[in-house]
Design a protein around this ligand. Structure first.
Ligand code: PGA
Length: 252
């Protein structure tokens, strides 16, 4: 059976002491009521990753990064290597988030390199895809998402692809308070599973975790997660408050 995951993407938020407090509170709340079949991933900014892996080493929370360099090591000022993340027990890394595509011009070619370097270092990529509003309005959303996935991931062999977690995040839903409806999410997730099945076979497709992201919160999570192809969420704003984030986890 595929894994259910709720992952918190903190983006560029929190000071060190706020980060410490938030991880501590999430751990405390989760230890009280942990739904055992849901994996919880917290993705803080780079400076707090080691703190986060330390604070969560005795519980079931996994830690993810929000970015990684496409290079192994060396003269790349300001970059962070996958091997560095691995050396502080980071288990996941968000790749291809629409904010990185938009503000940092990340191309599918670059994303493919980042995916490769993560897999080489035994870190699970959470690969994001999703269309812009005009693309949906032009009824082009399936083509856009298919191209994002095929361009960055289809070079993987099936053993490698099995390690990928996907996140469908329609860009018009991110940070807007307008989530995709459960029907829209299910329709796209089923489409994504279908293309994976055509390329890698039914078994791989059935075992691939596909998260939904975009204004997911404790009020809409239950309806979104109730869909057969929605295996959890990638949560931005609502992951910044411990009670709210844990309520989302408990929505399964
Ligand atoms: P949001 O962000 O939940 O704040 O809409 C989701 C994301 O960007 O991963």
């Amino acid at each position: 059976m595929r894994k259910k995951i709720v992952a918190g993407n903190w983006k560029m938020n929190k000071t060190f002491s706020e980060a410490d407090d938030l991880i501590f509170k999430i751990s405390e709340l989760i230890n009280e009521n942990y739904p055992m079949d849901v994996m919880v991933v917290v993705c803080p900014p780079f400076p707090y990753l080691e703190l986060a892996t330390d604070l969560t080493q005795d519980n079931d929370i996994s830690i993810g990064a929000q970015n990684v360099s496409n290079h192994d090591s060396g003269a790349y000022t300001g970059e962070v290597a996958a091997a560095m993340l691995k050396s502080i027990d980071v288990e996941y890394c968000i790749i291809g988030h629409s904010e990185r595509r938009k503000y940092f011009n990340e191309s599918s070619k670059l994303l493919a390199e980042k995916v490769n370097i993560l897999l080489k270092n035994d870190i699970i990529p959470i690969f994001c895809c999703g269309e812009l509003l005009p693309e949906r309005e032009a009824n082009n959303h399936f083509n856009i998402v298919e191209k994002q996935i095929t361009d960055a991931l289809w070079h993987l062999d099936s053993e490698q692809f099995k390690k990928i977690v996907l996140a469908y995040e329609p860009v018009w839903a991110i940070g807007t308070g307008v989530n995709a409806t459960p029907e829209q999410a299910q329709e796209m997730h089923a489409f994504i599973r279908g293309i994976i099945s055509t390329k890698y076979g039914t078994e791989v497709a059935e075992n691939t975790t596909i998260l939904y992201g975009g204004s997911c919160n404790s009020k809409n999570a239950k309806e979104l997660f109730a869909n057969p192809d929605v295996d959890g969420g990638l949560i931005g704003g609502a992951s910044l408050k411990a009670e709210e984030f844990v309520k989302i986890i408990e929505s399964f």
